[in-house]
Design a protein around this ligand. Structure first.
Ligand SMILES: Nc1nc2c(ncn2[C@@H]2O[C@H](COP(=O)(O)OP(=O)(O)OP(=O)(O)O)[C@@H](O)[C@H]2O)c(=O)[nH]1
Ligand SMILES: [Mg+2]
Length: 380
């Protein structure tokens, strides 16, 4: 297994390489094509198209464009480079309010984190990554196998538990998830565990009976500890674009979300959805996932994210990948990255260990991305 990359710098370099590979969809060629030109309507229009294509959404795109137009009118932006800097700053400003890291309150022991989301969004993987993160920080961790529905879910969580040397509380498949988390919280209390991470089965936000079940899980926790869960972490797959936004709205309405994790930002052309989510919901974005391994995970940082989005990978960033990293991610450091496995195509029943190589799936983003690039490359 690759050792965890706890260097913050290393994570952000990989974020740049993965979120927005060298031929980035947002700023690709913008500098070269319009080099030396004054900012005009055509350039702004192209930028608008790209922002919308990246799922930034109409509202935020208009806000960003309006601000840039005002700066152009004030003659503050001399060239495309200045425009890119201004865009980066405007994106950072949009994201800053939701840059609120998760802080484990030592007064709450165990600090209970309930992890929810639709099928395949990355809940169990996120729990594995969090378990690694917390144990690396020296905290004691217990996992609750609250997904009693999907075949092999308990085993999958068990493998992650093993990797971090933490224990897991589980019952047989089909058991009442409320009973599992109840037992797990009791055990964590008895043992004096610092963090309890509770997995749940994936469910569609539109399935009201399953949302009711989630409320029951929540109530089971608060029967033991009225303040629990202390964090309800909603895991969203960034590839889902605007649909992730709809999920967030409905999960939040149903059970009250306190933090978000955006996964699969590696290789998605829809990273702009982070802006739409930030602006629309204002919920703290705690972490982002940029791959399947434990180290492909980090705290959300508004400025770093904006830089990754606008600048893409610098040669230094791509070069920072170790041979190990490159091996485990295919040709990530040298070639555009294939879109992450989607819920529909992933092999649900294989363990994360067997699952380490990102799966290339038919690129549902490719047509628009391709045509955008095609349009660019045809220009003089
Ligand atoms: N590329 C990439 N893959 C990820 C990321 N996070 C999770 N995955 C993969 O996405 C797939 C689904 O992850 P899970 O953690 O099983 O998702 P889940 O939400 O627990 O799924 P259900 O329990 O079925 O609802 C697995 O193949 C993971 O390895 C990420 O940040 N990037
Ligand atoms: Mg799961």
């Amino acid at each position: 297994m690759t050792p965890p990359d706890d260097s913050r710098q290393g994570f952000f370099q990989r974020l740049r390489a993965k979120l927005n590979p060298p031929n980035s969809w947002l700023s690709y060629d913008l500098g070269n094509l319009f080099r030396g030109r004054k900012i005009d309507a055509e350039i702004l229009e192209e930028l608008e198209t790209r922002l919308l294509g990246a799922d930034v959404g109409v509202t935020v795109t208009e806000e960003l464009l309006e601000q840039l137009r005002r700066q152009v009118a004030r003659n503050e932006l001399a060239d495309v480079e200045a425009l890119m800097t201004a865009l980066r700053e405007a994106i950072t400003a949009t994201l800053l309010p939701v840059q609120q890291p998760l802080r484990i309150d030592p007064a709450q022991r165990p600090y209970v984190i309930l992890v929810v989301g639709v099928n395949g969004s990355g809940k169990t993987t996120t729990i594995g990554k969090l378990a690694r993160r917390f144990t690396t920080e020296g905290r004691s961790v217990l996992l609750a196998a609250g997904d009693t529905f999907r075949a092999a879910a308990i085993e999958q969580l068990g493998i992650w538990a093993q990797r971090s040397g933490v224990e897991i509380v589980a019952q047989q498949a089909g058991a009442d998830p409320g009973a599992v988390v109840f037992d797990a919280l009791s055990a964590a209390r008895t043992r004096g565990t610092e963090v309890l991470l509770a997995d749940t089965a994936g469910r569609l936000h539109s399935q009201s009976h399953l949302m009711e079940e989630l409320k029951k899980v929540r109530r089971a926790l608060s029967r033991i500890e009225p303040t629990a869960p202390h964090e309800v972490l909603l895991v969203l797959d960034a590839n889902q674009g605007q649909n992730a936004l709809a999920q967030a709205v409905q999960f939040h309405e149903a059970i009250g979300v306190t933090g978000l994790v955006l996964t699969k930002l590696d290789g998605t052309a829809r990273g702009g959805i982070v802006l739409a989510i930030a602006r629309r919901l204002g919920l703290p974005i705690r972490f982002i996932g940029i791959g399947e391994q434990a180290e492909d995970f980090g705290e959300f940082d508004a400025a770093a994210f904006a830089r990754a989005l606008v600048d893409g990978a610098s040669p230094a960033g791509a070069g920072a990948d170790t041979p190990d990293n490159r091996a485990s991610r295919g040709s990530a450091a040298t070639a555009p990255i294939a879109p992450a496995a989607s819920a529909a195509t992933r092999a649900t029943d294989i363990s994360p260990a067997a699952d380490a190589t990102p799966q290339a799936t038919p690129a549902r983003d490719t047509p628009s991305k391709g045509s955008l690039f095609g349009r660019w490359s045809r220009r003089p």
